[in-house]
Write a new protein. Structure first.
Length: 93
């Protein structure tokens, strides 16, 4: 006797993968974890050469830079300094 196996179609696998990705994104949104990730992307760390803190976006633009998020500075030992949290990060070309 021959047995015929019935396999799962490629469409079913692709749809299941997409559904899983959507489910993960929804969980991140509703648990508030996505905002932490987004905030991390908006932070600008001043240990790079072409980045500085400015008091406003207009000051950054006047100096020839591009405003990007909050300006975060670090001490020499790597500890974060919150003094510049409200300043604008200015990225120079």
């Amino acid at each position: 006797m021959r047995k015929r196996a019935q396999g799962i179609s490629m469409n079913t696998i692709v749809i299941a993968a997409i559904a899983l990705i959507v489910l993960i994104v929804l969980v991140l949104i509703f648990t508030g974890q996505l905002s932490k990730y987004r905030r991390g992307l908006d932070e600008c760390k001043t240990y790079e050469d072409n980045i500085a803190c400015t008091s406003s976006e207009s000051q950054c633009i006047d100096e020839g830079g591009i405003p990007k998020g909050s300006c975060i500075t670090y001490e020499s030992d790597g500890k974060r300094v919150d003094a510049h949290m409200r300043d604008t990060c200015c990225v120079y070309k």
